[in-house]
Design a protein around this ligand. Structure first.
Ligand code: ZN
Length: 598
């Protein structure tokens, strides 16, 4: 069996078309089957990448056409032949997200799952990938290549031949081609690169220093870095956000205002978000890429694969992404407590937490978390956010119950050592009990398989942290300690909205709030409150001036029909969390606090 060869060219950037050839010297003589994945690991939604293949033809080694029939939405079968064949196809690439493919005159980016057909029977075979440079007339500036695919004959950051050990490996190394900025650094002697695409200005030294500290912190937790090099691929846009983990790299999308600027003294909220995102995807190189649910070990990416463990993989990762920022000294402990308070606030604000368990949230990710509609806060709970809170609760509980001998850190190290082929559906819980010697049956039953409220206040008090609830100071208040005291008495509409020019459009209506009780709906355009015109700039102020629990009229358009409804505004609920270090706490609690965040 000769090694399959993929030859890929960004052949037509103006039409956003990649041309791909797949050379098979020894196809299945009974008729070679070809497939493209329906989804990409790390992003649990059916995306049907094959719909972007715009033409596909097959010829044999003599140049004679070989007939191809379509088997289903993502599979093809060639007519039987004893000869070598070449499959040629073009793929439309015009989605600038971390999980897709994109091509224009300024740069190209792709995930292999979007471009590389899998030849049935060759899944376990090594293959060669030849990345061809675009025609110079087609692009605006010279391009180079950033990828963690293993070079065969290609020189670093150049076009040429790369190789993969099998199909899973082939599609686990996204590729950026363009004229990106490159920031290089070493962590524990291992080369790391950050390739930044998109127009932007930043302080490269700042991000180099911060990423070095964060990566070193994560490596310290697992005590081992299982890669020869690591690559952060960062695409900068006006207001993008996203990340996707890979075995030796991650794809990140961020807004321009998330980058550190020269002379920036402190970590801004937006830069903190970027560091958290990098930290999150880096943690995944151990946790989900190598420690993974057993059901993902034999995944063929043709249809949904269900697991109740997404909270373990995304929740624990979300807990450690920000914890690494404080432990590495990138942010202060006060800042970290604010981030935690905001996380607690996010979970608390959705009544979905009382309806969906963490285990069900994981299982139903495909059709619920990944296909959220306007009712999501009332119907589901995020396995990221609540998962991170359960990880926090577990960490603190283990520290308390074992007198500091164990923690989530010791469980994670054991999980890394014992990962094997994959984690069975009850494997994480069993291992946590084995490692710590504690019976955690009730803990997991309550936090993972019930919708009971998490009991965080008492746990945090044992770590010298005081938890307090307060009403929102304004609509964008995410929780945490307020820097200036709110002068407004809290009045709540019980809805989220967005500005459309001067207009106010409701986007979400929360359970039991004033808006829902008045019969307001997502999509409604508010016109007047108590007979006075409402605008996006004045709504918050107008709300604050209304009486509470007294009927006022609200005028609105639903579609193109005018409605007039009575509305009883409510006192703003105390649903924003604040966490503060309590210096008056007993010495043991303070010692636990220091040990935890050190
Ligand atoms: Zn993640």
């Amino acid at each position: 069996m000769k090694t399959p060869l993929y030859r890929l060219c960004p052949s037509n950037p103006k039409a956003h078309l990649f041309s791909v050839e797949l050379h098979l010297a020894t196809p299945n003589p009974k008729g070679q089957v070809l497939r493209l994945p329906a989804w990409i690991p790390g992003s649990y939604k059916i995306r049907d990448f094959a719909r972007h293949i715009v033409s596909l033809t097959v010829t044999d080694e003599k140049g004679e056409p070989v007939e191809v029939i379509k088997l289903d939405k993502q599979s093809w079968q060639c007519a039987p032949t004893e000869r070598a064949i070449v499959i040629r196809y073009e793929v439309y690439a015009w989605e600038l997200s971390v999980r897709a493919a994109h091509l224009d005159q300024t740069h190209g980016y792709f995930n292999g799952a979007c471009l590389f057909l899998m030849a049935e029977g060759f899944e376990e075979q090594a293959c060669i990938v030849e990345l061809q440079a675009p025609d110079k007339q087609q692009i605006l500036a010279p391009w180079r290549v950033a990828t963690t695919l293993t070079p065969e004959s290609a020189t670093p950051f150049d076009f040429g031949r790369y190789q993969a050990t099998d199909y899973q490996d082939l599609i686990d190394h996204p590729v950026e081609m363009g004229n990106f900025k490159l920031i290089s650094f070493a962590v524990n002697g291992v080369p790391h690169d950050l390739a930044i695409s998109g127009r932007c200005h930043l302080d490269p030294e700042r991000i180099r220093q911060d990423l070095t500290k964060i990566c070193a912190q994560q490596i310290g937790l697992f005590d081992e870095l299982p890669v020869q090099r690591y690559l952060f691929l960062l695409q900068v846009t006006r207001d993008g956000y996203g990340g996707l983990e890979h075995c030796a790299s991650s794809s990140l999308l961020c807004g321009r205002d998330m980058l550190p600027q020269p002379g920036m003294a402190e970590v801004t909220d937006r830069y903190c978000e970027l560091l958290g995102l990098c930290s999150h995807e880096y943690f995944h190189l151990w946790h989900v890429k190598r420690i993974r649910p057993l059901v993902f070990a034999t995944t063929h990416l043709q249809s949904e694969v269900y697991t109740r463990l997404l909270w373990v993989f995304e929740g624990i990762t979300s807990y450690y992404d920000e914890l690494a920022l404080v432990r590495s000294g990138c942010i202060s402990t006060e800042r970290y407590l604010d981030l935690l308070a905001q996380l607690i606030t996010r979970v608390q604000r959705g009544s979905g937490r009382l309806k969906q368990t963490l285990s069900d949230s994981s299982f139903d990710a495909w059709t619920r978390f990944y296909q959220q509609d306007e009712n999501a806060p009332n119907a589901i709970v995020s396995y990221y956010s609540k998962g991170a809170l359960v990880a926090l609760a577990l960490d603190l509980h283990l520290r308390l119950a074992t007198g500091g001998a164990h923690s989530l850190d010791t469980v994670m190290r054991a999980l890394w050592q014992e990962r094997g082929e994959g984690i069975t559906e009850d494997g994480f819980e069993q291992l946590a009990m084995q490692v710590t010697g504690l019976d955690l049956t009730d803990f997991f039953a309550q936090t993972v398989r019930s919708t009971d409220e998490l009991q965080l206040a008492d746990l945090l008090a044992d770590f010298a942290i005081t938890m307090r609830w307060r009403p929102a100071a304004h609509q964008k208040d995410k929780g945490g300690v307020l820097t200036s005291a709110s002068s407004q008495p809290g009045v709540a509409l019980g809805a989220a909205w967005q500005a459309e020019g001067q207009d106010v459009r409701l986007t979400q209506v929360f359970d039991q709030g004033a808006a829902q009780q008045a019969g307001l709906a997502p999509g409604d355009c508010l016109l007047a409150l108590d007979g006075v015109r409402v605008t996006a700039n004045t709504l918050e102020q107008q709300l604050a001036q209304q009486p509470i629990d007294t009927a006022i009229t609200v005028h609105l358009f639903r579609g193109d029909e005018l409605l007039t409804l009575p509305l009883h505004l409510q006192v703003a609920p105390a649903d924003r969390c604040e966490l503060r270090f309590a210096p008056e706490a007993d010495a043991e609690a303070i010692e636990r606090y220091q040990h935890w965040l050190a």
